[in-house]
Design a protein around this ligand. Sequence first.
Ligand SMILES: [Zn+2]
Length: 162
Amino acid sequence: MPYCPNCGNEVTEEDEFCSKCRAPLKEPRLRPVRRRDEKDEKDEKDEKHEGDQAGAIVGGLVVIWLGVSFALRNLGYYPWADMGGVFLLGIGVILALRGLWAYSKTGVFDQGFGYVVGGGFVALLGAAIVFQINDWWPFLIIGLGAIIVLRALMVQGRNPRP
Ligand SMILES: [Zn+2]
């Protein structure tokens, strides 16, 4: 048997108001529904906010990497000619990590696929410049194979066999 939250009088489920003090009894039942709606809205906002943060993090990492590649160059780790390649290599890795992060967050492969592929090729291009590989087309084949393997692994991970 439920009790009136106001006066403690015994009431029935069907009562809309307490028979003793006239306090409304249906309100507590409505409130949880309203709360859940508010929570859903909040979750959506958080998700959107998170997406914005990812862009800011990538932007920040790119700026940091630009500074690091200049610093390493100034310390004499590589000549000016390799600067662009080193920078591209880092950008590619950052973009690929962004894609993997998006995938791990959402579990949706296509969310991060573009980043991983794009970042991977930018990184390969950078590596080709740094290591002065003129015939870097074999890396395209290696990259293409890696994409196929990666895609298969991720799809398998999403739909594990029983
Ligand atoms: Zn009452």
